[in-house]
Design a protein around this ligand. Structure first.
Ligand SMILES: [Zn+2]
Length: 366
């Protein structure tokens, strides 16, 4: 049960019957179509030391729908991350460059940037999300021109580093993490004790089982000119909002749909459960293709979907059910310790990417 104000809501999602993952769908995943590659190797020891130091970092999260500035403070392994400013994206990121310019660099020990695009040698090379901003930046000499010394990292990599560092302090026994992002899109990465972040694209795996597409979505993937409808086109929170609009002829944000679910709206419950089912499928396909052991593995959730009450637990429930059948586990014996979930809000941190970028900036300067 979840208490909210004076009302108590049932955890609707985890009360539903648990669906079986589709073997036909899982058979679609391999390292080739997941575009699996080593994104970065970091030194986990250095990050640990970075968290011990006393630092004040400006961490900017440049995302597909908004740009956010955080103050990240570290000392003695305690990490605080406070939102200082936020603007929603205008057109193709037309307001992003000005947003950056408005932060005086002298107030900070370090400046870190997590950005939803391709990063090479500390500069943003391209992004589907905000072409206007990429162009503004290029014409003005890049991040280095604004800030001088700055640590720039891809947003999924930053979230993997930050989420894994924070999850490791909560669950010291873990060896691997799988970061799942569900918000504007569906993304995923593997991160491990050796400090490797292995990038993957689970969102763009074609959907071949109609069980995953109850509303018969036909939108094309369009990633690398792929024609088929992919997992992201059905199960990302952005597309859940789109399906709500098609089905019920009104615009609602993911947050509004979640609010309806809390008060017992079945239509909202079904759509959010669909997002959880697709996220669980993406997780398991990615895990199998990357050959990650389920022991000492943590699910790190990021993005709007994981901020919905019960969502992370629902993803875990679907996966545990799958493993119990696959490996003949006794569900009761394993369910308490296997596959912990670490989601936004855990440890008082909402944005793992901001923390990951900030730790990276401190570690790099050491
Ligand atoms: Zn796609």
């Amino acid at each position: 049960m979840e208490r909210k104000g004076n009302l108590i809501y049932p955890d609707w999602l985890t009360c539903l019957a648990i669906p079986e993952l589709s073997e036909m769908q899982l058979g679609q995943f391999n390292c080739n179509n997941l575009r699996t590659h080593l994104a970065i190797t970091f030194d986990p020891e250095k990050l640990l030391v970075a968290g011990q130091r006393r630092s004040k970092v400006l961490a900017i999260d440049i995302g597909g729908t908004a740009i956010k500035a955080y103050e990240v403070r570290t000392e003695d392994g305690k990490i605080e991350c406070v939102l200082k400013n936020k603007e929603d994206k205008v057109d193709v990121g037309d307001n992003y460059y000005k947003f950056l310019k408005n932060f005086p660099k002298k107030d900070w020990d370090h400046i870190a940037i997590s950005v939803a695009g391709k990063v090479i040698d500390g500069e943003l090379i391209e992004s589907e999300n905000f072409r206007g901003f990429v162009e503004d930046l290029r014409q003005n000499g890049g991040f280095k021109y604004i800030y001088g010394e700055v640590f720039v990292v891809n947003d999924a990599v930053a979230a993997a580093i930050g989420g894994y560092s924070l999850a490791s302090s909560r669950f010291p026994e873990i060896e691997n993490g799988i970061l799942m992002i569900n918000g504007g899109g569906i993304g995923g990465a593997v991160v491990n004790n050796d400090g490797e972040v292995i990038a993957n694209e689970p969102g763009h795996i074609p959907v071949v089982d109609s069980l995953l597409n109850p509303n018969s979505v036909t939108k094309k993937c369009n990633f690398y000119d792929q024609e088929e409808t992919c997992l992201e086109r059905i199960g990302s929170m952005r597309e859940i909002e789109a399906q709500w609009e098609v089905l019920y002829h009104q615009k609602k944000t993911g947050q509004e749909i979640a609010e309806l679910m809390y008060v017992g709206d079945n239509r909202a419950l079904r759509l959010i459960d669909l997002a959880a089912f697709i996220t669980a499928t993406a997780f398991e396909g990615l895990r199998q293709a990357n050959n990650i052991n389920i022991n000492n593995l943590v699910i790190i959730g990021q993005g709007g979907a994981f901020k919905i009450k019960g969502f992370g637990e629902r993803v875990r429930q679907i996966l545990l059910n799958h493993y119990c059948k696959m490996y003949h586990f006794d569900e009761k014996a394993y369910s308490t310790k296997l596959l912990p979930v670490f989601i936004p809000g855990d440890g008082g941190i909402d944005n793992f990417g901001a923390v990951g970028a900030a730790l990276g900036a401190i570690a790099q300067s050491a």
